[in-house]
Design a protein around this ligand. Sequence first.
Ligand code: AMP
Length: 176
Amino acid sequence: MGAVALIDFRSFVKDVPDFPKAGIIFKDITPLLADHKAFQAAISAMAAPFKGRGIELVAGIESRGFLFAASIAGRLSAGVIPIRKKGKLPRKTLCAAYGLEYGIDTLEIHEDAAAKSAVVLVVDDVLATGGTAKASCELIEKVGAKVAGVSFLIELGFLKGREKLAGRDVRAVLSY
Ligand code: AMP
């Protein structure tokens, strides 16, 4: 708790206007990733609400979600599941289409990625419009597993992504 409270996470997130297209303010988290103390404190803060919740698997959303999912899984003594863009997973998949803040895409999961009724935490770096996280939760449920919650580093509150995740336990370390 102490280490988390002492870190000013906002100072490690850089706003990049008009990336990847005009009108988007991209939250660049690479300074946070590059700072050992800040990154570890962020991982702890993202994992903390889900400690003792019986999380068996942490699902990371391609690609920045992967950077957080593996470390959070370590904190929660859980395994990791990749949720990937279309065409990347080698075996039979289930898929879900979704709308991004800047585009449309398809996400996939291995159809046998989790045991039926496994308890899964979904992880990504940024909650924007919520389409990506919503599709990811739906994939976990299509596999037959349970979504215990969704953990983000950053929530862009003005985009109301939480509304797409209504009824789910949604946590974010930073809110803008
Ligand atoms: P969304 O589906 O709109 O919630 O978009 C979330 C996904 O897009 C996440 O995987 C983020 O990495 C990425 N993303 C969307 N908007 C931003 C932003 N303003 N800054 C950084 N990443 C973003």
